[in-house]
Design a protein around this ligand. Structure first.
Ligand SMILES: Nc1ncnc2c1ncn2[C@@H]1O[C@H](COP(=O)(O)OP(=O)(O)OP(=O)(O)O)[C@@H](O)[C@H]1O
Length: 224
């Protein structure tokens, strides 16, 4: 990884849509090799925050500094229904200026959807579209990863593989920010922030083990 280690610093970010003050002073910091979560109820401003961090939306005030290359997995997969999985990989290889699709091929194997290589995106299931969405965000091996509800539509096995992938990224010094409306499985995170009333605060929900869901360490609704 050339250059200084990746990091993400957000200081006093504000954002309003007309009279709706969605973000009212968000500050957080991710040092190299951090796997962090942001939870918040529907409409709390999570996507707004990620769009500001990814440079798609301007903050009204405050500062968001990304050090390193950025990977952004949006909540809605941005795919061309007429292109196959392999065509998407080739298209993004060129867009990212990569020499090959080696990392993308690894992710295809890790997330187990290589069999759909020649299937058009419009014919993929929701979960497989999400695997492709995630692969496109990760295939240039970015230093800072912004993942908006990255495991929506995943079956349990894929969900567990997602966390393996995220854990390996952390081990390699990447900053990974996972945004979700549910504080689920928070034991896998180094730090969890809660976005509420326009600001974030570090949060430790009380563990509520639920034996009906396999082996998650914590299963708590963010609104509690
Ligand atoms: N372009 C926009 N114009 C006006 N209001 C907007 C716009 N985008 C979002 N909002 C409003 O800002 C608030 C925060 O929206 P945002 O999508 O950031 O929330 P979220 O936490 O990601 O929600 P969810 O969990 O439902 O995805 C909501 O009240 C939403 O209606």
């Amino acid at each position: 990884m050339p250059g200084p280690p990746p990091a993400l610093h957000v200081r006093d970010v504000h954002k309003s849509y007309r009279a709706r003050h969605v973000l009212r002073g968000v500050s957080l910091a991710l040092e190299p090799g951090t796997l962090a979560g942001v939870v918040g109820e529907n409409g709390a401003g999570k996507t707004t925050l990620l769009r500001i961090l990814s440079g798609q939306l301007a903050a009204d005030r405050g500062e968001a500094v990304v050090r390193g290359t950025l990977g952004h997995c949006p909540q809605e997969a941005v795919l061309n229904d007429f292109l196959t999985v392999a065509q998407h990989l080739r298209y993004f290889r060129v867009a990212y200026g990569l020499r090959d699709t080696h990392r993308a091929e690894e992710l295809l194997e890790e997330l187990r959807f290589g069999e759909y290589r020649h299937t058009r995106a419009g014919e993929l299931s929701g979960g497989t579209r999400q695997k492709l969405n995630l692969t496109l965000a990760l295939m240039h091996d970015p230093g800072v990863l912004l993942l908006d509800e990255p495991y929506q539509g995943f079956d349990w096995e894929t969900y567990l593989r997602f966390w393996q992938v995220a854990g390996r990224l952390r081990e390699r010094g990447r900053c990974v920010l996972v945004v979700s409306h549910l504080a689920w499985d928070t034991g896998r995170l180094d730090v969890l922030y809660r976005l509420r009333e326009g600001a974030v605060e570090p949060w430790r929900p009380a563990p509520v083990p639920d034996p009906s869901y396999g082996d998650p360490s914590v299963a708590v609704g963010a609104s509690r």
